[in-house]
Design a protein around this ligand. Sequence first.
Ligand code: NAP
Ligand code: MG
Length: 490
Amino acid sequence: MRRNGQNGQTARGGIWEYAPAPEDRSIVALRSRYGLFINGEFVEPHSGRYFTSLNPASEEPLAEVAYADAEDIDRAVRAARHAYETLWSKLPGKERAKYLFRIARILQERSREFAVLESLDGGKPIRESRDVDIPLAAAHFFYHAGWADKLEYAFAGRTPRPLGVVGQIIPWNFPLLMAAWKIAPALACGNTVVLKPAETTPLTALLLCEVFQQADLPPGVVNILTGDGQTGAWLVQHPDLDKIAFTGSTEVGRQIQKAVAGTRKRLTLELGGKAAHVIFEDAAIDQAVEGIVNGIYFNQGHVCCAGSRLLVQESIAELVVRKLKRRVQRLRIGDPLDKNTDIGAINSLFQLRKIERLVAVGVQEGAELYQPECALPSKGYWYPPTILTKVSMAHTVAREEIFGPVLSVLTFRTPDEAVRIANNTRYGLSAGVWTNKGSRYLEFASRVKAGVVWCNTYNKFDPASPFGGYKESGFGREGGIHGLAAYVEV
Ligand code: NAP
Ligand code: MG
C-alpha cells in the first residue's frame, strides 16, 4: 500500500509514485468561532460554551463551535414555529421551489469550498467529497425543488399538508449530504426545521447556513444547532415538534424511539447496516473486486450501507481474495486533500478505537487478518484497509457494524445459502450482487431483505430513488416520492 503526500517520486515494485496533488485549502475561509444559527442569524449560545472541531487527519483544531443546550433548542423551535405559521406553510409551492433551486445552485457554485471543508472536518478523501457528497447534496435540493409545486401529483387524489416543525439529527459520515437529505424534502413539503449536525463534523452544516443567508431563505425556516449527543436528546424531547427524523446508530435510534413513544411526534429512523456483498462464480471478477473496494474502503468504511460482509462463492473464493489483496496493496492512504488519495482519516479517535477493538475481537475469535504493509501518518487517526478471512456468521465481525475499512470474507456454495447468509443479520439496509445472469440477480434481489440492492455495481445514489432499511436498520425512506411522504400529512 502507498502512503500519499510524500515528496518526490519513487519507483516501488515497478509502479511510479504519484507526486502530491493537494487541493488548495485557501478556498475555505473559516471563522475562528461559530454561533448557533437561529432565526436566520448566528447567535451566542445560552451557556456561553464552545467546543472545537478538529481535522482528524492532523488533529489540528479548525474552529470553535457553539454548544446548544435546552434553552437554545427552545429558542430555535420557537423561531421555526413562527416561520412555519406566519410564512413558510402558507407560501405557494412554486415560491418555496425558488428558494430550493437557489440553494442548489449556490451549492454548485461553491462546491469546491464545500468539498475542501468536508474533507478537512471529517477526514474523507477529496475525491469522495468532490465527486459524491457535494454533487449529491446539490442534486437533492434540485430534485426536491422540482416537487415543491407538484405535491398534489405526488399524492394524486389526496391533499398533502406539511407536518409542522421537524427536528432532525444527522451523523458524521456524510455531514452535508445527510443535511441535504433531511432539509430539502422537509422544506419542499412546507415544514420548517431545527437540525443538529454531529459533534465531530459541524462545519459544512454551518457553511450551509451562509448559503441560506445568501439565498435569502426567510429567517427561522432552517435553524442549525451544534452540540453533542445530549443536545440531540434535548431536541428529541422538545414538546413542540411534529416530527423527528434521525440518521445514526441503531442504539441511539432505539433511545429516540422510546423518547418519542406516546407523543404526537412522527418518527423516521435511518440506522446501521451490515450489508452483504455477494459474488457468484459467473461474475466479472475484476469488476467485482473494484466494486468491493469501492464498497468498503474508499470512504474508510464510514458508510451505513458499506459492503462489509463479502459473500463469495466457494469455487472462486481463493482467486477473489488473492485479487483483493493485490488491489488493496495499491490503495493510497493519507492526506484527504490529495486528489490521489483513496483512503482518508478515520473520523475520530473514538471511532478508531472502536475499529481496533472489533478487529481484535475478530482475530481472537479465529479470523485471519490481512493488512498491507504501510506507513501510516504519525499524526491523526488512521486505520489500514483490512481483510478478515475464515469468518463465519458466528463471528462478531460478521454481525456487528464496524464502520471502518474492514472487510469480513465468508463463503457460500449455492444461491440459497447466499440468501440465507445475507439475511442472517439484524440489519437490512443494503446488499450487492455480482453475476452475469440476469435471472440470478433478480432472484437474489427479490429474496434478500434489504432496502437497496445493487446489481453489478455498488454505492450508487440518486435523489429519485428511495433509500432506507428493514429490521434494525430503521424505518421510513429518504429520496423519491416515498421520502416526500415522510414529510406530509395526506
Ligand atoms: P450516533 O452516535 O447514533 O450519532 C448520530 C447523531 O445522533 C449525532 O448527531 C449524535 O450527536 C446524535 N446523538 C447521539 N446520542 C444521542 C441521543 N441520545 N439522542 C439524540 N441524538 C443523539 O451515530 P454515529 O456513530 O455518529 O453515526 C454512525 C451511524 O449512523 C452508523 O450506525 C451508520 O450506519 C448510521 N448511518 C445510517 C445511515 C442510513 O441512512 N441508514 C446513513 C448514515 C449513517 P454527536 O455526534 O454530537 O454525539
Ligand atoms: Mg471535525
